[in-house]
Design a protein around this ligand. Structure first.
Ligand code: AVJ
Length: 317
């Protein structure tokens, strides 16, 4: 199915559901990529800095874990983005003449082109083979062409887009494409002061709100919608019991929105929420639980100084 058809069907399904929802994966068009870039630079959005600190402070040990006495490995990154944090590791590996190939995987061609161009100029010795595809398809293709040890990076708490145990099928699927010598290095944002978490998704400059509203702009642009921004309000929430950080767009009045491409209108009650995104937060027990129930074993957890975040190294159990 073509992208735009998927988008159309997902929006139709989401807005016909009770409660209504829209998939956060559609945040990321060119405008959305740029807004997320700005989010990562926000003071409130501690995740980026924590992970950078983890890499900076543990790069020797991380390298030791990845590399078995000089044997070549593929460093495969899911959803590489601009690769800024990964660059800390890449730099360190290149400096140490490590024998590895960097394989960023992303569905966005422009993101990959930008990354490759940047790395070619800043790290010319690096071997980089980007793959523009979905994660699993790319992995299967890779498995056909080489038998190198694979280290899969899934950073930045991207896993948090799955609610709790909903990550298990995804992780199992990943495990099925891995062999015993392979590793998974996965970023989890940890439970912490609920206020700190809420602020990260409720920044003072309103970039996160803008990020959510971009979804309505996209629907207007691509599906011929007539959403009025001023009729909605961004509402972030954090539940310290479940670790669920959820964002909503709340309808400020009873209204009807028409989507030309779907030849359909949708009514919103006054104060009706549209669920837009989950960013799951984890306890260390949650992480052990996820690993155990998806066929992995936790080899080691790396932390930042405040213990806000962990990058957890897994292998098949
Ligand atoms: C890219 C999914 C890790 O959930 O923290 C940031 C996206 N949303 N601010 C996250 C996001 C609002 C981010 N991830």
């Amino acid at each position: 199915m073509k992208y735009i058809e998927r988008f159309t069907e997902d929006v139709r399904e989401g807005l016909s559901s009770e409660p209504k929802y829209l998939h956060s994966k559609y945040f990321y068009d060119e405008v959305g990529d740029n807004l997320f870039q700005q989010i990562m630079e926000l003071e409130e959005y501690y995740l980026t800095e924590c992970e950078a600190q983890i890499f900076e402070n543990n790069k020797d040990e991380i390298l030791d874990c990845f590399s078995n006495d000089g044997e070549v490995f593929d460093l495969i990154e899911f959803g590489a983005g601009d690769g800024m944090k990964t660059k800390i590791l890449l730099n360190h590996f290149v400096d140490n003449n490590v024998n590895f190939n960097y394989i960023p995987i992303d569905i966005s061609k422009s993101v990959l082109d930008g990354l490759k161009e940047d790395l070619n100029s800043t790290l010319p010795q690096l071997v980089i083979n980007p793959i523009c595809d979905d994660y699993f398809h790319a992995l299967e293709e890779l498995n056909k062409i080489d038998y190198n040890k694979k280290v899969i990076l899934f950073l930045g708490s991207n896993i948090g887009n799955f609610r709790g145990d909903d990550a298990i099928p995804f992780l199992k699927h990943l495990g099925a494409d891995m062999s015993n010598k392979d590793q998974l290095f996965i970023g989890f944002d940890l439970m912490k002061d609920p206020r700190v978490i809420l602020e990260a998704y409720n920044d003072r400059k309103g970039i996160t709100s803008e990020f959510n509203f971009n979804l309505l702009d996209r629907i207007n642009k691509e599906l011929g919608g007539n959403f009025k921004r001023e009729n909605f309000s961004h509402y972030p929430s954090y539940n310290p019991i479940t670790g669920e950080t959820k964002s909503y767009l709340i309808s400020l009045e009873h209204q009807s929105v028409r989507l030309e491409k779907l030849s359909q209108s949708f009514t919103f009650e006054k104060w009706e929420p549209v669920f837009t995104e989950i960013s799951q937060k984890y306890s260390l027990r949650d992480i052990d639980h996820l690993a155990a129930h998806s066929g992995f074993k936790v080899e080691k957890n790396f932390f930042d100084q405040k213990r806000y975040f962990t990058d957890s190294l897994w292998h098949l159990s």
